[in-house]
Design a protein around this ligand. Sequence first.
Ligand code: CO
Length: 210
Amino acid sequence: MREERFFRPQDKKSGLQNDKKMERTRFCELAMSYQPQARKILTYGHPTLRVKCEPVREFNEDLRRLAADMFLTMTQSEGVGLAASQVDRTIMLLVVGVPQPESEERIRLAAVNPIIEETRGSWEYEEGCLSIPELRDMVTRPEWIKLRYQDLDGAPQVLEAGGMLARVLQHEIDHLNGVLFIDHLSPVRRALMKQKLKELERQNAGVCGL
Ligand code: CO
């Protein structure tokens, strides 16, 4: 999902509630001697973006390298979240790097096999997507979520998130199910994007034939 610099006042009280688990994820990244490489982000029309990703069963070096590559790819693209399917790997792995209100620090997190267990509220906000360049629109999603996932070591984790973090996580989990933000729009709103979507599809025409 694309970067946003605007926060609503209520975001201040939401966000991350288990810092220790985040430290663990960070440590996992730092412990690697691997030099991450940016990967190509697939765009609308590429068939992989519509694939339902497979659960991860092996928590190995390949997974950690992919996560490291995804963090780098997301950062270089000024994104706040990225799903594995966007870099052509159909496994249930996502990364987020969400800015926090009134802080230079970002919430960085890699989530494997994420499942949303509970949701609360409803919030409409403008979304974009690194795989659908130049298009943005308002999407309504739950405002708060309880998420179960595994970290890069396979350890089970629970995270309660609100505000932008909750939104980005939901956007990326959609990707892992082959769902894009435009799927949440009304047919009328989507029709307005038709021309641009067709253009993107054309750029991927050669790839689709494979
Ligand atoms: Co996206």
